[in-house]
Design a protein around this ligand. Sequence first.
Ligand code: FAD
Ligand code: SF4
Length: 451
Amino acid sequence: MANMIPTKTPMPEQEGNVRNKNFEEVALGYTEEMACGEAERCIQCKNRPCVSGCPVNVQIPEFISAVQNKDFLEAYKIITSTNSLPAICGRVCPQESQCEAKCVRGIKGESVSIGRLERFVADWYMNNADEVTDAVEKVPSNGHKVAIIGAGPSGLSCAGDLAKKGYEVTVYEAFHTGGGVLTYGIPEFRLPKKIVQKEINKLKDLGVKIELNVIIGRSIEIDELFEMGYAAVYIASGAGLPVFMGIEGEGLVGVYSANEYLTRINLMKAYMEGYDTPIMRSKKIAVVGGGNVAMDAVRCAKRLGAEEVYLIYRRSEQEMPARLEEVHHAKEEGIIFKMLTTPVQILGDINSNVCALECVEIELGEPDASGRRSPIIKEGSEFELEVDTVIMAIGTSPNPLIARTTTGLEINKKGCIVVDDRMKTTKDAVFAGGDAVKGAATVIYAMGCGK
Ligand code: FAD
Ligand code: SF4
C-alpha cells in the first residue's frame, strides 16, 4: 500500500544561522528509513510521466521500486545505466521544473522527491562500494579513440557513456582539476568537491583518461587531435566568459564577475585556512542577478563574513531562474532580496574603491520573447545602496578560443557552437554540447547533450 502522505519527507539540514558561517554541506541527505518512506509515496504509474521530464532518461519508477524493496545496489545500477553522475544530479538538478514537475503525486500535494532519492542511492553506493559488487564493469576496447574537450558535466557524461560502449576516451581539461562548473562554480556547501572527485574516479575506473592543464586551441588544436588518431571530437568547453552590464563604474576596485569571485573561493579555496588566494572580505555587498550563480555568490559572501548581502534582481521572485531550494536557503541565511530593482551605475571613492551602487526600481510590462514580463524603469525611483563590493552574475558566454582556432566550425551571434539535433557541428566528426552550444544552462541539459 503506497504512502499517501501529501508532502515530501523533509531533508535534514544545517540551521540557517549556523550554516551561513561555514562551508559544510547544507542538506544532509536522507537516512535509509526516510528514503524508504519517501519511495513508498511513488505509486508506480504505468505511463511514467516523470521519465519524460528527465533529459537523461533515468528509469525513475524502476529505481524507486528498487528503493521500496531496499535493494539499493539495484537502484544504483538502474540510475547509472543512463546517468553517469547521479550524486551530482541528486544535489543540483532543478527537479521541480523537470521530473518532479511531471510527477502525478504533485497534482494533489507535493511530488515524490525524486532528486533526494537519487542522491540517497548515489551516496549509499559511494559509502558501500567496497563491500558490494562493481555496479558497472569495464568494457573491452572497440579500437576507436574519441577526444573530449572539457571535464565538466557534459564532457564527463559523454565520456562515461562512450567508455561503457568500449570507446577509448581521453578528456582534455584546461584547469588543473576536473568537474568544470561543478568544481570551480558551485560551492562546497551545495556540492562537496569530494563527491565530484568520486564521480570522476568512477569514470576513470571505466577506463576514461583525463589529461589536465591542456587548453585545446592553444596547446593542441582540433585538427591535430585527428592527426593524433582520434576518430571523433566532442566539444564540451562550457560558457566561462563573464558578461557585464556595461554601466559606469564596472572598472572600480571591488567589482567582480561572479565567475571570478566563485572561482577564487571554490577552485582556489580562498575560504580555507592555509590558502593565500586573495578575496574581498566585504562588509556590505550587492550581487546582481537572479539565477543559481547569483544565489551561490550571495551565500558565499555571507559565509565570508559580510554583514549585509543584497541580491538585486530586475524582475520579481516568481521570474527568478534559480532553483527554488536555493532561493529558500538564501533567505533563511539572511540574504536581503531587492526584487524589481536594477543598477544604473557603480559609485567609487577617491581611491577608486566601490562605495555605493545606484539603482532604480522596476515595473513589469508585457511578456517579452522569453515569455517573462519585460522590466520597465519607474520614473524618479533612483536610490543608492552603500556597498563596498559589487558582483555581476547576469550570465556568461562561450570562450571564443576554440571557434577561432578551428576551421569550418560555425558559431552563432552569441558565440555558441552551431549543432544539429544529433549534436553534430558544421565540421566533420566534431560534435558539441552543454553550455558551449546553449550558453549558461543546466547540469542535466549539459549531460543530456553528452549522452
Ligand atoms: P562546464 O561545466 O563549464 O565545463 C566546461 C569545462 O571545459 C571546464 O572545466 C573548462 O575549464 C573546460 N574548458 C573550457 N575551454 C577549454 C579548452 N579550450 N580546452 C580544454 N578545456 C576547456 N546548473 C544546475 O543544473 N543546477 C545548479 O544548481 C547550477 N548552479 C550553478 C552555479 C554556478 C555558480 C554556475 C556557474 C552554474 C550553475 N549551473 C547549475 C549551470 C551548470 O553548472 C552548467 O550549465 C554546466 O556546468 C555546463 O556544463 P558543461 O560541461 O557544458 O560546461
Ligand atoms: Fe512515481 Fe511520480 Fe513517477 Fe508516478 S510520476 S511513477 S508517482 S515518481
